[in-house]
Ligand binder design. Structure first.
Ligand SMILES: Nc1ncnc2c1ncn2[C@@H]1O[C@H](COP(=O)(O)OP(=O)(O)OP(=O)(O)O)[C@@H](O)[C@H]1O
Ligand SMILES: [Mg+2]
Length: 236
């Protein structure tokens, strides 16, 4: 069964008297356990597409089903709940709360999930430890490196144990070495069964995924498995 299923998805933005067709009729499905990279030039509709899959934005028309649940009839509260239960997000600029410790940043999604303070702190601490940040719990984002901030953001995305991790240019603000570290984390998360969808401009990053979907002008122009993945790695 498909975990993410989109049918005839369209998103138009109105700018003055011009209509921008940001996503222009996309149909595809992504199964549980897949690791997908979404590629394409700037403005091709990648983020708009991700935001609709992640129920952060509503389509102009067409359908998004998450874990066999149709989202089109849901109100914003129901969408927020679905998001909280099933989806974790990671962004290029980390989007952490600035004057808040790593621990409290990671605990935020658990407020919405309805856990008490002690349970929230326990779970947030465990996730940060998994990300190798057990000694940085009380640091604010400004006192962490970019890679550490992104690992806090990944811990926050995962603390609710979502089925799907959506990452929009997660390595866009990181150097090559740190980007590789983040890719290693994604790989082990995917090995553990999490479905990952990552938007990237970088071919290297896309090669870590198992399937590459290419956007142009709001449409999917290519959707193919990543072949020779292991052998490319061994050749390095
Ligand atoms: N809120 C908005 N209002 C108006 N137009 C928008 C809005 N968001 C996106 N667009 C337009 O929709 C198109 C697709 O934008 P989108 O952000 O999805 O592209 P992208 O592929 O993520 O690009 P990038 O690689 O630069 O992040 C662009 O033409 C963009 O200008
Ligand atoms: Mg984008």
């Amino acid at each position: 069964m498909a975990l993410v299923e989109v049918r005839d998805l369209v998103k138009n933005f109105i700018l003055g008297d011009e209509i921008v067709r940001a996503v222009d009729g996309v149909s595809l499905s992504i199964d549980k356990g897949e690791y997908v990279a979404i590629m394409g030039a700037s403005g091709s509709g990648k983020s708009t597409f991700m935001n609709m899959i992640g129920c952060l934005d509503v389509p102009t028309s067409g359908e998004v089903r998450i874990d066999d649940i149709a989202t089109s009839e849901m109100d914003s509260d129901a969408l927020a709940e679905l998001r909280n239960q099933k989806i974790g997000f990671v962004f290029q600029q980390f989007n952490l709360l600035a004057r808040t410790t790593a621990l409290d940043n990671v605990a935020v999604p658990l407020i919405y999930a309805g856990l008490n303070t002690a349970d929230r702190r326990d779970k947030a601490k465990a996730k940060l430890e998994e990300m190798g940040l057990g000694d940085r719990l009380d640091h604010s984002p400004a006192k962490l490196s970019g890679g550490q901030q992104q690992r806090v953001a990944i811990a926050r995305a995962l603390v609710t144990e979502p089925l799907i991790l959506l990452a929009d240019e997660p390595t866009g603000a990181l150097d090559t070495k740190t980007s590789e570290d983040i890719m290693q984390i994604f790989e082990s998360l995917n090995d553990a069964g999490i479905t990952i969808i990552v938007v990237t401009h970088e071919e290297d990053i896309a090669q870590h995924a198992h399937r590459n979907i290419h956007f142009r002008d709001g449409k999917v122009i290519e959707d193919k498995p990543v072949i020779d993945r292991r052998s490319t790695k061994d050749d390095r």
